[in-house]
Design a protein around this ligand. Structure first.
Ligand code: PMP
Length: 408
């Protein structure tokens, strides 16, 4: 993988910020976009823009082909059995909420259990809290090990025949933990539960095969994988989508409408009420082409190397605490530096042209478990280099001096 050649494809990365060349290390929040994606969206608006599924005119059929072609690409990218199993939406949050409202709230009853983990993003936690409250089901947590992983023994203990739904992140956006999804899916299925996966942090970085993992639902966001904001998708096994109810009603999703009753289109269109995110889907298709041309395995290997380098460099700075497992982790490093507030660290780094994230990362229960109110996080993508990590480490040493940090 020629990282510098890849980086050249991302116009935004070639600028100075506060007088320094930009080092963008906030990829877990959102990734930057390559020229091919920007061009695909531009070309769509300059040549093909029209509404889909209705116009008999040429632009209408081009737009429909582009939109449905993007669905085919997503299906192939995730190795879904059919593009009928791909619902376009705004992203991970929308996908998880659709499963919680359209499936869980209709299927769960009092006494049933929903199982999640304390490392979940709020988007994979609050929908289940609300579904549990609405149905009388109980929300249960697979406990975390001290290193921020979960043990299969605990998975076996927590999931029972009363469990009807399990929802877990493939990759934690704070700890970098990569959860053993295939094994959790097997345990869930053995107990008669469905498994939902939050794929926000996995889909951009590693090869995902929903059939090999044997997951029932899988949600992800385009904006973290080189696509525009505002587009994502939910994968669901066809037989489950058939049983799931739409949560948005209106144009586009209907078959016949009478004065007092209506029928829906087939899956996946019954879940796509209103004019869809056509340009976003085109951008997502172009992002998939781009990522596949680089190779997901190559991206994964590059980031794993980079994160080990970052762990080595950062751990050598006295006063740094790095969270999450040391081995087998995704390309991000979450840390605190003595008692310096993470927002202050991020501010000093920004003055050096380095973008990182500071805060609770939409994981307040996890912050409580880590016993911190906030952390700093540097997250990598295919265009980041060892020099970026060096700039980060040097700036952290500078921040320490700036705040007069002294070790205890
Ligand atoms: N889950 C995880 C693990 C995430 O990192 C994020 C994004 N920070 C989300 C869910 C939500 O994604 P979105 O805001 O794109 O819906």
């Amino acid at each position: 993988m020629d990282v510098n050649a890849l980086k050249a494809e991302f116009p935004i990365l070639h600028q100075n910020v506060n007088g320094h060349p930009l080092v963008y290390l906030d990829n877990a929040a959102t990734s930057q976009k390559p020229r091919s994606v920007i061009e695909a969206v531009k070309r769509y608006y300059e040549w093909d823009n029209a509404n889909v599924h209705r116009g008999v005119h040429t632009l209408g059929s081009r737009a429909t082909d582009a939109y449905e072609g993007a669905r085919e690409k997503v299906a192939r990218f995730l190795n879904a059995a059919s593009s009928r199993e791909i619902i376009f939406n705004r992203g991970t949050t929308a996908g998880l909420n659709l499963v919680a409202s359209g499936y869980a709230r209709r299927v769960l009853k009092e006494g049933d259990e929903i199982v999640i983990t304390p490392m979940e993003h709020h988007s994979n936690l609050i929908p289940w809290q609300q579904a549990a409250k609405a149905t009388g089901a109980t929300l249960k947590y697979i406990p975390l090990q001290p290193d921020g992983t979960i043990s299969l023994a605990d998975v076996e203990k927590t999931i029972t025949p009363r469990t009807k739904l399990v929802s877990v992140a493939y990759v934690s956006n704070v700890l970098g933990t990569v959860n053993p999804i295939a094994k959790i899916a097997e345990i869930a299925h053995r107990n008669g539960a469905v498994i939902v996966v939050d794929g926000a942090q996995s889909t951009p970085h590693l090869k995902v095969d929903v059939r090999a993992l044997d997951v029932d639902f899988y949600a992800f966001s385009g904006h973290k994988m080189c696509a525009p904001t505002g587009i994502g998708a939910l994968y669901g096994k066809a037989e489950l989508l058939e049983r799931m109810e739409p949560t948005e009603y209106g144009g586009e999703m209907i078959d016949f409408v009478e004065l007092y009753d209506s029928t829906w289109k087939e899956i996946p269109w019954k879940f796509e009420g209103g004019t869809p995110i056509i340009a976003g889907a085109v951008g997502l298709g172009a992002a998939i082409d781009f990522l596949e041309s680089v190779g997901l395995d190559a991206i994964d290997r590059h980031e794993k190397r980079l994160v080990q380098y970052a762990l080595d460099r950062l751990s050598s700075i006295e006063g740094i605490t790095v969270y999450g497992p040391r081995e087998e982790r995704a390309g991000l490093v979450t840390f605190t530096l003595g008692d310096i507030h993470p927002h202050d660290i991020a501010t000093v780094l920004d003055a050096e042209g380095i973008a990182i994230r500071a805060g609770h990362h939409c994981c307040q229960p996890l912050m409580r478990w880590l016993n911190v109110s906030a952390t700093a996080r540097a997250s990598f993508y295919l265009y980041n280099t060892e020099q970026d990590v060096d700039r980060l480490a040097d700036a952290l040493i500078k921040a320490k001096e700036f705040f007069g940090y002294e070790s205890a």
